[in-house]
Design a protein around this ligand. Structure first.
Ligand code: BEZ
Ligand code: FE
Length: 292
């Protein structure tokens, strides 16, 4: 008798038997996903040949990962981040036409409802850190300005913490703001130089990174979500190319095109024009939005 037809399971035909058992799946996409997953998972298990103890350890790792999740913490997304899967899914879903700005991970620290502010506003509400002017233009792929684009920005402070990680220490909505590009597509706002920081590493994903000899740090960056009618929304960052972790981001979010120089400015006229009372860093970066 053909073992595949009878559904009897052997080490050799394991994936085929399981896939055949799922033949009645009505949802064609689910059927396809389960078939691919089953094939690759069985192949991995055959290659690894785990002991029962190792398999139980893997089950407990996933159990602990689930237990770490709550309203504020999504340990599975962190796992996907450090495995490079978040960036792979992002890449697959954000293939851009040539010239359009590249995307990167959203991360867990975006907050809805940040205040909409006039261009030039200072998003640093506690005056802590090295002052920074961020400016640039929002353009289409032909180089035309996009007026009225919504630019939602957020960043960590000079110690590498977001406001939501330091409630009662940082003011609410510190280092967050929503701006609209002007008629020339221009945007500018003031903030402070962000610092590198560790992704949350007090859970199973942090332990895994430790066991793999990896650090949990992300290089200093500014987050953006840029949206405009008639264009694809862009979720991205800009990075400090001189950051010590620029070549080893724990979540693989860095792209060459997203580097932005932090240039010191000490010319008194420019200090005055930018609204600072001393030297500052200037970060200039344009973004190009793709049409759907
Ligand atoms: C972030 O940049 O905010 C971030 C991204 C992925 C994991 C943790 C933090
Ligand atoms: Fe971040």
């Amino acid at each position: 008798m053909n073992t595949q037809e009878s559904g009897f399971f052997t080490e050799e035909n394991s994936a085929d038997v399981v896939i055949a058992r799922n033949a009645g799946t009505e949802d064609a996409r689910l059927k396809e996903v389960m078939e691919v997953l089953t094939r690759h998972l069985h192949a991995a298990v055959k290659e690894i040949e785990p002991t029962q103890e190792e398999w139980f350890k893997a089950i407990m790792f996933l159990t602990d990962t689930g237990h770490m999740c709550n309203e504020w913490r999504q340990e599975y997304i962190l796992l996907s981040d450090v495995l490079g899967v978040s960036m792979l899914v992002d890449a697959i879903n954000n293939r851009k036409p040539s010239g359009a700005s590249e995307s990167t991970v959203l991360g867990p620290f975006h907050v809805d409802g940040a205040p909409e502010l006039p261009l030039g506003s200072n998003i640093c509400l506690d005056q802590k850190g090295e002052p920074m002017l961020v400016r640039g233009r929002i353009l289409d792929t032909d180089g035309n300005p996009i007026a009225g684009a919504k630019i939602d920005v957020w960043q960590a402070n000079d110690e590498g913490f977001y406001d939501v990680q330091q409630k009662g220490i940082q003011p609410d909505f510190n280092l967050r703001g929503v701006f609209r590009s002007d008629a020339e597509g221009g945007y500018w706002f003031r903030g402070v130089k962000p610092k590198f920081y560790p992704i949350p590493d007090d859970g199973p994903v942090g332990k895994l990174l430790g066991a793999l000899g990896r650090h949990p740090y992300r290089p200093a960056h500014l987050h953006y979500i840029i949206s405009a009618d008639g264009f694809e929304t862009l979720t991205t960052h800009i990075f400090d190319p001189d950051d010590p972790y620029i070549a080893s981001d724990a979540v693989f979010g860095v792209k060459e095109s997203l580097m932005a120089e932090f240039v010191p400015v000490d010319d008194p006229a420019r200090i005055d024009a930018a609204g600072f009372d001393g030297p500052f860093l200037e970060v200039a970066h344009d973004f190009v939005l793709a049409r759907p």
